[in-house]
Design a protein around this ligand. Structure first.
Ligand SMILES: N[C@@H](CCC(=O)N[C@@H](CS)C(=O)NCC(=O)O)C(=O)O
Length: 256
């Protein structure tokens, strides 16, 4: 059996893993699931409560996106590695870890807050590739899903406002790094830091070439659509979109 990646298809942590696997030309099948139902499949595969979970063709289970990036990196030639040798690799790891801890969850919280009230209209994107019975659960169980996710992630208006403020601060920090004209966050080479920032910025940018269909801003309520346009125009938003255009490469449909 080949490698399989258990995902919530629209999740940006799953996108981070997909990007690294696609870049390393790993042959894998994606098994997408609906939020909450993913826990059953993640655990059954040997992971924990979150996705992505990668089961390699050798049966190794990797249940953190950063571990999946590291594993994918063993399959690419040294000059293209996401974690270069030496100090640069250490910096890439440390910036990735910081983005995973704060920026990733903040983008998700903000986006859920803005879209859960209209989630029934977003099924086309939220359900991309998930099994038929899970689509049925989404249709009848939407309000329960809304309640359960809001409770689990402690989502309310104040938390969403605070998350957006922190997202703005990260965008400013990223823009400051780029101000000297460098091509990538750590200099002249694409690393795990660029991949992590760009993938984890997806909830606020809705970039082209994302590895699962995303709604265009016009399909969103007016207020988050405005924020997406504002952040797209920010130098850090421009940078992430450039990373998608130049580094994301093909996004083959790997769903069984
Ligand atoms: N540190 C984990 C975070 C993954 C994560 O938070 N995944 C989300 C989807 S975006 C998830 O599974 N959330 C479900 C939950 O928190 O129960 C990683 O990098 O893989």
């Amino acid at each position: 059996m080949g490698a399989r990646l258990i995902t919530i298809p629209i999740s940006h942590f799953c996108e981070k893993a997909r990007w690294a696997l696609d870049r390393a030309a790993v042959d894998y099948v994606e098994q997408p699931h609906l939020q909450l139902i993913h826990v059953f499949f993640a655990r059954r595969a040997g992971g924990g409560m979150t996705v992505p979970v990668l089961v390699t063709d050798a049966g190794q289970v990797l249940a953190e996106s950063s571990d999946i990036l590291r594993w994918a990196d063993t399959l690419v030639e040294p000059g293209r590695r996401l974690y270069p040798e030496g100090e640069l690799g250490v910096e890439a790891r440390s910036l990735e870890a910081r983005l995973d801890d704060g920026f990733g969850p903040d983008g998700r919280l903000w986006m859920y807050h803005e879209t859960l009230p209209v989630v029934a209209d977003l099924g086309r994107w939220a359900l991309a590739g998930v099994p038929r019975w899970e689509r049925g659960v989404f249709r009848v169980g939407g309000p329960v899903l809304h309640w359960a996710i809001s409770r689990h992630l402690k989502i309310d208006a104040a938390a969403a406002d605070a998350a957006l403020e922190r997202i703005d601060a990260v965008f400013d920090e990223i823009a400051a790094r780029l101000r000297d004209g460098r091509r990538f966050l750590l200099g002249e080479r694409f690393t795990a830091a660029d991949l992590a920032f760009s993938a984890l910025a997806a909830p606020v940018l809705l970039p082209d070439r994302y590895g699962s269909p995303l709604p265009p801003p016009e399909a969103m309520p007016a207020s988050p659509a405005r924020e997406v346009q504002r952040l797209r125009a920010h130098p850090a938003g421009q940078f992430a979109q450039r990373m998608y255009a130049t580094e994301r490469g093909p996004t083959p449909d790997r769903r069984a």
